[in-house]
Design a protein. Structure first.
Lengths: 209, 209
């Protein structure tokens, strides 16, 4: 299965224009789009083929409100950890699209799954979580290729999310995703545009051994 | 930045034909290919833009031999955990390309980084590790688009890998990657072809809330 230069250029553009989206339009996703994206996410690699990803679509208004309240509390606690100009900058950031994104998807890892017969997880049980992360990233890229944006919300207490969504006790929270059409498109991270942080050259992250 | 149907079809094909490769040809990668792929990996999302990925290219024969020995030991311990027909099947699997892959890359997460000012990591410090996983997955897809295969080796003791590679104590091992041209191409995981496990329908992994 060969790929050509035009595809590689477009793939590179996709990686450049993928964003962690926090500002969404309110129009709904097309019928069936979310389930289709979830099916695509399941093409991701998983350790020992254990497919530990568990997707929870969140539509119930009461659960959505509880998650929004949880984010507000966790975000206020995080804000209290900054001082001076950094605190002002933090307060000015928009860090979640929970009010506007038409779709919300909470994603968990089931480390207890018997699927895959434990292969590849003996010394690194966290590999199951990593498999779920590649599924989220797969969904993210496939969504962006359709013009759909995704924002990964991590300013949440994992145990509280699990309680709000009433999921099996053995599931481990990986991320809460806001999904919808982005209010704007950009090839630069919003945190970079806001002056929070800049990107570093790749070479700084490489050691030779 | 719009993408068209032809790109989406090719992206889907890329996801279908990406494999966890364990059988490599020995020809080297083109000059500069690995550094180019690492630079592409740095386009991945990272929590708070903290870019916690640390890449260690492993070329020293003694370190490579030590990693191969470590894999052999960890794999023997894992094999001892299976019985009967499952043990026979495990023994028949090829689980790493450490002998043949021309390039080896060990990837770590630096949770201690000040970059990103801690944003998004207060309740979930593991988000730094997840950012590194998306960088690995980005590298994986970009490599596959060039016909280059990647195999993620997790049957390793993380502390021993860190010792062998002499990396800073605060770095956390995420994965050891074998990279090179695959001996074969397939649209089905090797573990599925070997009868170890099968893929489950996406719908089985979805809850509605």
């Amino acid at each position: 299965m060969p790929f050509d230069d035009a595809f590689r250029d477009d793939l590179r553009a996709l990686l450049h224009w993928r964003r962690d989206v926090r500002r969404f339009r309110r129009d709904p996703l097309p019928e069936g789009a979310l389930d289709r994206l979830i099916a695509t996410a399941c093409l991701a690699p998983s350790v020992g083929l254990c497919q530990p990803w568990r997707f929870v679509t969140v539509d119930d208004p009461a659960r959505r409100a509880a998650l929004r309240d949880l984010f507000a509390r966790c975000n206020a606690e995080a804000a209290a950890g900054y001082a001076g100009e950094r605190a002002e900058r933090y307060a000015a950031l928009k860090l979640a699209g929970l009010d506007d994104a038409p779709a919300q998807l909470s994603v968990f890892a089931d480390r207890s799954t018997a699927v895959g017969h434990g292969l590849g997880r003996r010394t690194m049980p966290e590999m199951a979580d990593y498999s779920v992360v590649t599924a989220i990233h797969t969904l993210w890229l496939a969504a962006r290729a359709e013009g759909i944006g995704l924002g990964w919300v991590s300013i949440l207490d994992p145990a509280a999310v699990a309680r709000i969504l009433d999921v099996p006790a053995e599931w481990r929270f990986i991320g809460h995703l806001c999904i919808g059409y982005p209010a704007e498109e950009a090839d630069t991270p919003e945190l970079e545009r806001a002056g929070w942080e800049r990107r570093h050259p790749a070479g700084e992250a490489v050691l030779r051994r």
